[in-house]
Design a protein around this ligand. Structure first.
Ligand code: HEC
Length: 134
């Protein structure tokens, strides 16, 4: 529950505006919807593919991300997740992904993913790209 609350708080702060409490996730959703898929693919290859593949048959430091948007968190078989991610229970969508990529350890206590992605455009473009990798 704490991680869900902090995810919402992070999503709200990412909006960089005094977002009304009723719609904290509006900005990340809008950003993902307008993300640049082509740029997102390039950024993904540079920033994420050190640790992630898009091929379920390949193993790296992180779980494969094929079809991650719409996938339940922490469920790639055979990958040893941090306990908090394994039991997070949510489905990855833009609202979840944006604060996670901004600061994984703030969303997942004891996160094994330490990488942070402070640039909101990078996050929006990568999220838009990931949504195309089914
Ligand atoms: C230095 C290695 C590393 C880099 C770089 C990295 N990750 Fe990760 N990622 C991990 C690890 C390790 C985990 C497992 C986290 C855990 O168990 O808490 C993970 C988990 C994830 C998950 C959760 C997957 C699931 O099955 O629930 C997503 C989504 C994700 N990463 C996206 C990204 C994206 C997008 C990028 C690029 C912006 C990125 N990662 C960059 C190592 C990395």
């Amino acid at each position: 529950m704490i991680s869900i609350v902090s995810a919402i708080v992070l999503a709200a702060s990412a909006a960089a505006a005094p977002a009304p409490a009723a719609a904290p996730a509006a900005a990340p959703v809008a950003a993902a919807a307008t993300g640049d898929v082509v740029r997102g693919e390039k950024r993904f290859k540079v920033i994420c593919m050190t640790c992630h593949t898009l091929d379920p048959a390949q193993k790296k430091i992180g779980p494969h991300l094929k079809g991650v948007m719409g996938r339940k968190a922490g469920t790639v078989e055979g990958f040893s997740y941090s306990p908090a991610l394994k039991t997070a229970g949510w489905i990855w969508d833009a609202q979840r992904m944006d604060p996670y990529l901004e600061a994984p350890s703030k969303v997942i206590k004891g996160s094994k993913m330490l990488n942070v992605l402070p640039n909101p455009k990078d996050r929006a473009d990568i999220i838009a790209y990931l949504a195309t990798v089914k």
